[in-house]
Write a protein that binds this ligand. Sequence first.
Ligand code: TMP
Length: 214
Amino acid sequence: MTITQGKFISLEGSEGVGKTTSLNFVKDFIESKGHKVLVTREPGGTPLAEDLRATLLANRKEQVEPDTELLLMFAARSQHVKQVIQPTLASGSWVLCDRFVDASYAYQGGGRGMDYARIEQLEQWTLGNFKPDLTILLDMSVEEGMARTRLRGKPDRFETEKMAFYENVRNAYLQRAKQEPNRIHLIDAAPDISSVQRALRSLLQETCFSNNSE
Ligand code: TMP
C-alpha cells in the first residue's frame, strides 16, 4: 500500500485577526473531506519547542536581543519540523500549523527590522526547501486587531509592542503574499465570521480539493 504524503497548511496573521476560530474551521473542513489533521503551533509543537515558546513569550526586564529571539524561533522550528511535522506528513496525515516561517519574516524581519537575508540563511539551514503547501494569511487593520486583542487576558511580550511594530508586521506579511502568490493566500478577516468562513471554504476547495490538486 502506498501512503500519499499529507498536505502542510500554515495559518498566519498579526494579533487579533481570529486565527483560532479559523483554525478550527479549517480543521473541520479538511476532516469532512476524510483526511486526518494534526493541529499544531509555532513557536511550540513539541515539549522542547513549547519550553522555548514559554521563554520567548515571557515578559522580562532584560532586553531580548533580536538575534536571540530569531535564533530561538528557528531552534524551536527545527525541532518541531523534524520531530513532528515531517513524520506526520509522511504518515499521510495533514498538518495545520498556527504560524510558521512567514511569521519570522513578519515579526523579526518586519517588526524588529532584522535583515531578511539573515532569516533566509536560517531558513535554508534548518528547513532547506521545505515550505507549507498552502499558507492562509488572515488580514485586517492593525487598529481593529489590537482592539480585539485588548479584550483578551494579560498581554505577552509581543502583545505589548507599539502600533508601529504591528504596522510593520502587517506590511511584511502583505509583501510576502505578493512575492509568493501561489502559496500565500490573503483572506480579509475584518467581516463577520460567516463571510470569513465562506472565503476559507472556497480557498480550500480551490487549492486543495479541486481535481488537479487532490
Ligand atoms: P501566537 O500569538 O500566534 O500564539 O504566537 C506567539 C507570538 O510569537 C506572536 O506574537 C508572534 C510571535 N512569533 C514570532 O515573532 N516569530 C515567529 O517566527 C513565530 C512563529 C511567532
